[in-house]
Ligand binder design. Structure first.
Ligand SMILES: Cc1cc2nc3c(=O)[nH]c(=O)nc-3n(C[C@H](O)[C@H](O)[C@H](O)COP(=O)(O)OP(=O)(O)OC[C@H]3O[C@@H](n4cnc5c(N)ncnc54)[C@H](O)[C@@H]3O)c2cc1C
Length: 457
């Protein structure tokens, strides 16, 4: 059923995306009072849901936000218990140019930043030996050249995964331990998924803003505060059902049912895939197919705090070649932007869901084994540990969305098509170009609010 794609709504959505109107003015767009008398129930108080809620409230709507957790923010949440910020979900503003809405939001709350330097990196081989700068340069060049080669060889309709395409077209990339490490530490981390599952043609086809990535040393989740200010947010209210039709919507939560004229559902793709929310009527086939087809992977973060550093405190990142692929293969050194002796380890690709299922103790032991392969007996006992388990989190079931082999850009984008003029999905998974980012999530919230306002007119 392709018809809705060519409807008036479709053209409006396309025009909205093309205009970039929602990018230019975070917190800004408001048609005051246009939605007075309209009640909107928003499911999920992450960045996308809060962006939609804030925009609709400014336009006069009565907005009720229902959130399963006992906090707002979803996959944007800063834990301060170690001293410096530990970003449980999003850690970087990717491409912090002035056009990036996340940067605009962060500037608006007076955030402070540190640029992370991707090339301030030391890498260790499978034996724990540091590799030379020249060898690292070769690895980076070979990784880039393998991906460029794939890009130039494949047609847009190619249905192979990245690993499959490499096997067919550049098998050396998979047999060279250095390039294999880079495919995991760079590509699998950025896509939040194994190269065996990510689309070869689409893995690098999304859009980016300019400038090197930054971490927000004053806490990334501060950007939520102005959006959430003054909203009616009902925490600890997991939604189990959304009924929608000509008469409006009924959203069933653990705290009772809420009625409204429209519903915006911003829950993560993992929650939609798990079927935790019963839609009545069921979601249209096109939407359900896209939910099934789009990928949702995980990324595991483990922060280990030590009394003393046993690593070079000037180096920003450590790469460690590990087996299996994806196991604690990339580390951020907090000493490059804080006084605390913290190493933040990352597990990615197929290993992340394995790590997510470990207890914090098992995960720590697993990661320490990797560190000991490099720093041997110098590795101390951590004095504090913070671990994430996104794949098993019932309000996310993963970290972020990715294009699977065989999916298209429209697999994500069409999820934002309004359903029966009553129900709107938003969230990072509904925008191909900026998926898996905070700015993408924000844009989809604004887009859902705009589409709803058009419907309500
Ligand atoms: C480990 C990790 C690292 C990341 N790194 C980066 C990064 O460096 N830079 C970047 O830009 N982005 C990064 N991201 C992605 C970014 O965090 C997300 O794209 C963005 O925060 C998603 O916002 P959202 O509103 O779409 O979803 P969410 O923030 O997940 O919001 C959805 C909300 O719905 C709630 N919910 C779920 N189920 C129910 C239910 N049944 N009833 C009611 N509420 C429910 C959830 O609790 C949540 O609050 C990262 C994400 C993760 C997990």
């Amino acid at each position: 059923m392709n018809a809705p794609r060519f409807s008036r709504r479709w053209f409006m959505k396309a025009a909205l995306m093309a205009s970039g109107a929602f990018i230019a003015t975070p917190l800004g767009r408001a048609r005051a009072a246009a939605l007075e008398g309209t009640t909107v129930v928003i499911v999920g108080a992450g960045l996308s849901g809060l962006a939609a809620a804030n925009s609709l409230k400014k336009q006069g709507a009565t907005v009720i936000v229902v959130e399963a957790r006992d906090r707002i923010g979803g996959r944007l949440y800063t834990d301060w218990s170690m001293g410096p910020p530990f970003e449980v979900g999003a850690g970087w503003i990717h491409g912090p140019s002035q056009e990036n809405p996340s940067k605009q939001l962060a500037d608006a709350v007076g955030s402070e930043y540190v640029v992370t330097e991707d090339d301030n990196l030391v890498v260790f081989d499978l034996d724990g030996e540091e590799i030379s700068e020249e060898d690292l340069e070769d690895i980076n060049d070979d990784w880039e050249s393998a991906l460029t080669h794939i890009d130039s060889e494949l047609e847009l309709n190619d249905r192979r995964s990245l690993a499959r395409a490499l096997k067919d077209l550049r098998p050396s990339a998979l047999s060279d331990p250095g390039v294999y490490w880079a495919l995991s530490a760079y590509t699998e981390f950025s896509k939040g998924a194994p190269i065996e599952d990510v689309s070869a043609v689409l893995h690098d086809d999304d859009d980016v803003f300019d400038l090197p990535d930054v971490v927000v040393t004053t806490g990334y989740d501060e950007i939520l505060k102005p959006l959430a200010d003054g909203l009616d947010i009902r925490l600890s209210s997991p939604v189990s059902a959304i009924q929608y039709g000509d008469d409006g919507v009924t959203v069933s939560t653990a705290q009772g049912a809420i009625e409204g004229d429209y519903c915006i559902c911003s829950v993560p793709l993992g929650v939609l895939k798990a079927g935790s929310i019963a839609f009545d009527p069921p979601l249209p086939d096109d939407h359900q197919d896209n939910i099934d087809k789009l990928g949702f992977g995980s990324v595991t973060k483990l922060a280990l705090k030590f009394e003393e550093p046993f690593w070079d405190i000037e180096t920003q990142y450590f790469g460690i070649m590990t087996e299996p692929k994806g196991r604690w293969n990339y580390w951020l050194n907090y000493r490059t932007f804080s006084d605390e002796n913290i190493l933040l380890g990352l597990s990615v690709g197929a290993y992340s869901p394995i790590a997510d299922k470990m207890t914090d103790e098992e995960m720590t032991e697993d990661a320490l084994e990797v560190l000991r392969n490099v720093w041997e007996d110098d590795v101390g006992t951590p004095t504090q540990v913070l671990a994430t388990h996104w794949a098993t989190d019932p309000y996310s079931f993963g970290a972020y969305s990715y294009p699977t082999a065989g999916s298209r850009k429209s697999t994500a984008n069409d999820l934002a098509d309004p359903i029966e003029d009553r129900l709107f999905l938003c969230g990072e998974h509904t925008i191909f170009d900026f998926s898996a980012t905070t700015h993408g999530a924000y844009m989809t919230g604004i887009q859902a609010a705009e589409l709803l306002a058009e419907e309500a007119e």
